[in-house]
Design a protein around this ligand. Structure first.
Ligand code: GBH
Length: 504
C-alpha cells in the first residue's frame, strides 16, 4: 500500500519533470471557457423571410455588388436561419462551453422601432437558445453586429443622437424575451470597425465622411451602451443576474523602433483605436482619452471649424458610461508597427489625419488570406498586458481570434495560428496575471466576410457555397479545437509548431 503511494508520487514527480524538459502540455484552468463565434448577417441568410426587415447590409450589397470583392451578399449565406440545428450539432461535436452569436435587429424589429415586434424573429432566437441549452452550450449574445435596420439609417443611423434611445428600446425587447436564458450580453461588436469603416469608409452604409461621421457614430454608440447598461441594472439585473459587456477590437500597436517618437506614436495609435471606446468605459475618470481630445480639438481649430469635430459628452453621460461593464469583450487578430505620420498637418479632416501615425506590417510575418492579418502571437500577449495595466486589470473575455485561409480541409496553418495565440494567451494569464476568463475562435464556420464576400475563410468548418444545403465539413482545425475545448489543454501531438512558437 505504502509502496504504491510512493511509487505514484514518484511517477507524478517524474512525469512532471519529464514533461517540462520535453514537451510541456499547456493547460488552462478548470474555469476557463472555450467557445466559437458567428454573426447574424454573416451566417443567417433568410434576408427577407418571415417578417424580417431590411438591414443596411442588405441594402448596401444589393445596391453596390461591385464594391464587394466577389460581388456577393448575405441573402443566403450559410442558411443558418434554416439550419441552426446543424450549427448546434457542430458546436456539440466541438465540445465548446459557449456559442457567441448575434441577433439581427431588423429580424426582431422590422421597422427598427418597438411598434412592431416580429413573432417569427423572436421564435427563431428562442429556438436557437433552447437548442443550445438542451446541449449544455451557454449562449453569449451580441445585440449589434453591424446589421442596422435600413429605416434607422434613413434617419442618419448612428450619427443621429436619438439612436441611443432606440437601441435601448431594442435591448429591452431582448432582455424581456431572452434574458431568462441568456446570462452573457455584448451590446456592440467593434464600434471602431463599424464607425470608422461604415461611416468613415467603405463598409455599409458607406458614409465616407471620416473625421465627422465616425466620431458622431462613436459618440452615440457609447451613449447607447451606457443607457443599456443602466437599463439592465435598473430593471433586469436583480432577477436575471447576467453580465453585460461590450466587444472592442484591439490590434496590437508596436513602436517600429524603441525611440521616444515611435513609442509616443504607438501609444497615440492605441488611444485612438481602443482608447476611443475603452477610456470612457473602463477608466476612473471616464470621457475620451486626453490625447484624442487634444489632437482633434487642435486640428479642428486649425481647420477653421467653430467647434471640435469630436463631440462633447455631458457630465451625466460621462458618469453613466464610466464603469458600464461587467466584463470586456476583446477581439484580437494581428499587430501593426507604428511610427509618427508625416509632420505636415493635413488640412483634410479625417480619423487617420487626427491620429497622425503610419502603420505597417513586417514582411517576414506569416500571411493569412486577408491583407491586414499577419500572424504575430506575441502581439496578443502585449495587447492583453497593455489592457491590464491601462484599465486596472478588468475581466476579459476574448470574443474573437482567428485566421483566414484558402478553402480546403487540411489547414495546419490555422492549427498553428490557434496554437501560437493560445500560448501567448497562456503566458498572459499565468505569467502576467491578466484576468482572462475565456477564448472564442472566429469562426465556427466559413461565412460572408463583409466586403470580402465569401473569398476569405475563417471557419473551423468549411461551407460549400455551391451546394444548396450549404454542406458543412470539419477541417483539421475543428478536430484540433475539439481537443482543446474538451481537455482545456493544447495537444502536443497535432503538428510541428516550430514556425510560430513564441519566445519570451
Ligand atoms: C472582425 O473584425 C469582425 O468582428 C468579424 O465580423 C469578421 O468576420 C472578422 O473580423 C474577420 O474579418 O480591409 O484592410 O480595410 C476584425 C477587425 C476591422 C479587421 C476592419 C479588418 C478592415 C481592414 N477588422 N479591418 S481593410
Amino acid at each position: 500500500m505504502k509502496l504504491q503511494i510512493i511509487v505514484t508520487i514518484l511517477t507524478v514527480i517524474w512525469s512532471r519533470t519529464n514533461a517540462s524538459i520535453t514537451n510541456t502540455k499547456l493547460c488552462f484552468g478548470e474555469n476557463f471557457r472555450f467557445g466559437v463565434a458567428t454573426a447574424s448577417y454573416q451566417i443567417e441568410g433568410g434576408w427577407n423571410v418571415s417578417g424580417k426587415g431590411e438591414s443596411i447590409w442588405d441594402r448596401y450589397t444589393h445596391e453596390h455588388p461591385e464594391r464587394v470583392f466577389d460581388h456577393n451578399n448575405g441573402d443566403v449565406a450559410d442558411d443558418s436561419y434554416q439550419r441552426y440545428k446543424e450549427d448546434v450539432k457542430l458546436l456539440k461535436e466541438l465540445g465548446v462551453n459557449f456559442y457567441r452569436f448575434s441577433i439581427s435587429w431588423p429580424r426582431i424589429l422590422p421597422t427598427g422601432f418597438i411598434n412592431d415586434v416580429n413573432k417569427d424573429g423572436i421564435r427563431y432566437y428562442n429556438d436557437l437558445i433552447d437548442e443550445l441549452r438542451r446541449n449544455d452550450i451557454e449562449p453569449l449574445v451580441t445585440m449589434y453586429h453591424w446589421d442596422l435596420p435600413q429605416i434607422l439609417q434613413e434617419l442618419g443611423g448612428w450619427t443621429n443622437p436619438v439612436m441611443a434611445d432606440y437601441f435601448a428600446d431594442y435591448a429591452k425587447v431582448l432582455f424581456n424575451e431572452f434574458g431568462d436564458r441568456v446570462q452573457f450580453w455584448l451590446t456592440f461588436n467593434e464600434p471602431l470597425s463599424f464607425c470608422q469603416d461604415g461611416y468613415g469608409g467603405n463598409d455599409a452604409p458607406g458614409g465616407q465622411a471620416s473625421g465627422f461621421e465616425d466620431y458622431m457614430c462613436g459618440h452615440n454608440v457609447l451613449r447607447a451602451h451606457g443607457k443599456v447598461y443602466t437599463l439592465y441594472n435598473k430593471e433586469y439585473r436583480d432577477q436575471q443576474q447576467g453580465s453585460v459587456g461590450i466587444t472592442l477590437d484591439i490590434a496590437w500597436m508596436e513602436p517600429i523602433t524603441t525611440s521616444q517618437e515611435d513609442q509616443d506614436a504607438a501609444e497615440t495609435a492605441r488611444q485612438f483605436t481602443y482608447g476611443w471606446f475603452a477610456h470612457p468605459i473602463l477608466t476612473d475618470e471616464g470621457d475620451y482619452p486626453p490625447i484624442m481630445r487634444k489632437r482633434i480639438d487642435e486640428n479642428s481649430k486649425r481647420q477653421n471649424f467653430a467647434r471640435s469635430r469630436l463631440p462633447q459628452f455631458t457630465s451625466e453621460e460621462i458618469q453613466e458610461i464610466k464603469g458600464s461593464f461587467d466584463f470586456l469583450g476583446l477581439n484580437h487578430y494581428t499587430t501593426f508597427m507604428v511610427s509618427p505620420g508625416d509632420n505636415k498637418t493635413s488640412t483634410v479632416p479625417s480619423f487617420q489625419n487626427d491620429m497622425g501615425v503610419k502603420t505597417s506590417q513586417k514582411a517576414e510575418w506569416p500571411k493569412s488570406n486577408s491583407t491586414w492579418l499577419k500572424v504575430v502571437p506575441w502581439g496578443f500577449r502585449k495587447a492583453l498586458n497593455w489592457v491590464k495595466n491601462t484599465y486596472n486589470n478588468p475581466n476579459i473575455l476574448v470574443t474573437e481570434n482567428g485566421i483566414s485561409l484558402h478553402p480546403g480541409l487540411h489547414d495546419p496553418k490555422r492549427v498553428n495560428y490557434i496554437d501560437g495565440y493560445l500560448r501567448a494567451l497562456h503566458d498572459a494569464i499565468y505569467k502576467d496575471k491578466c484576468r482572462v476568463i475565456g477564448y472564442t475562435y472566429w469562426s465556427l464556420l466559413d461565412n460572408f466576410e463583409w466586403m470580402r464576400g465569401y473569398s476569405e475563410r475563417f471557419g473551423l468548418y468549411e461551407v460549400d457555397y455551391e451546394s444548396p444545403s450549404r454542406t458543412r465539413t470539419p477541417r483539421l482545425s475543428a478536430s484540433y479545437f475539439r481537443a482543446i475545448a474538451t481537455t482545456g489543454c493544447l495537444p502536443n501531438d497535432y503538428i510541428n509548431y516550430v514556425e510560430y512558437t513564441l519566445t519570451d
